[in-house]
Design a protein around this ligand. Structure first.
Ligand code: AMP
Length: 283
């Protein structure tokens, strides 16, 4: 495992890599969700690059940038256990600083339009501009053959796939399934903020999505009825404060009156001060 920070060290190690490269962008504080992306990248590539960077430009002014959990030593231990010294495959961990990614005078941004105006984009103005800018920079710096993202962040996946096509990035975007706790809660670095009662209540996202999916499986195709079912379950949990529920087309993220083809059920819910998101795919 090589750990590099500067762009020149990254360039040197990138030039030394032989064979395909899979990139896994992360903000660190790794859990089994992140590690499932790394394992998939390892299974499909000769080399894996994991970036660890808490990207300040994707956090809003009132969001949790300063308290976002960080533990590089723990992250490196988890990653090195996937790539023992005997492994023929190479792991590079890139940990750039804010100054490396956004040096003095920085003024260039990447923006995907309609797809970022809805759902998370409407609740978190500027978030996706930060995401697409940093991901484009990670793609340019690491030159991967494939890049791995989690379905947990469904809109992020839709936006990055669009950006990769629109800007002709010569790589494949691979989407990996959401990893969950035994009780259904999607793994997230932010789960650490939940107190005991909120942690118990947080299963309501999974319960709400499951209830709507069950209706869908029984034949319900009315988008409003599916949204209503999700809301109903969320309202049954006093510690949960719904921000939005949605039933959209999977690719365009347009809200659906009638579900046809592949669709996305998604939601954002506050448990106390912690904002959690989750989604299920239909069809
Ligand atoms: P983050 O560190 O939160 O920016 O996440 C880095 C990558 O891991 C993103 O592509 C996420 O979608 C993905 N990810 C986060 N949580 C999960 C999860 N529970 N299951 C699968 N992928 C995840």
């Amino acid at each position: 495992m090589d750990v590099v920070s500067s762009l020149s060290d990254l360039k040197t190690v990138r030039l030394s890599l032989d064979g395909t490269v899979g990139l896994v962008p992360t903000m660190g504080y790794l859990h089994e969700g992140h590690l499932s992306l790394v394992s998939r990248a390892k299974a499909e590539n000769k080399n894996v690059i994991v970036s660890i960077f808490v990207n300040p430009t994707q956090f809003g002014a009132n969001e949790d940038l300063s308290k976002y959990p960080r533990d590089l030593e723990r992250d490196l231990n988890l990653l090195s256990s996937l790539f023992p010294p005997s492994s023929e495959q190479k792991l590079v961990v890139w940990t750039p600083s804010d100054e490396i990614m956004y040096p003095h005078g920085y003024q260039t941004w990447v923006e995907v339009e309609a797809l970022t105006k809805v759902l998370e984009g409407s609740m978190r103005p500027g978030h996706f501009r930060g995401v697409t800018t940093i991901v484009a920079k990670l793609f340019n710096a690491t030159q991967p053959d494939k890049a791995y993202f989690g379905q947990k962040d469904a809109q992020q996946v839709a936006v990055i796939r669009r950006m990769a096509v629109d800007l002709n990035f010569p790589l494949e975007v691979i989407v990996c399934p959401t990893q969950r706790e035994a009780d259904g809660l999607a793994l997230s670095s932010r789960n650490k903020y939940l107190n005991e009662a909120e942690r118990k209540a947080a299963t309501v996202l999974f319960r709400s999505l499951s209830a709507a999916k069950e209706l869908y499986e029984k034949g319900e195709r009315d988008g409003e009825n599916l949204r209503r079912k999700m809301k109903e379950v969320l309202e049954g949990e006093p510690l949960a404060q719904m921000q939005y529920v949605s039933c959209t087309d999977y690719d365009t993220l347009e809200e659906l009156d009638v579900v046809k083809g592949k669709a996305l059920l998604s939601m954002a819910v506050f448990l106390g001060k912690t904002r959690l998101i989750d989604n299920f795919i239909l069809g």
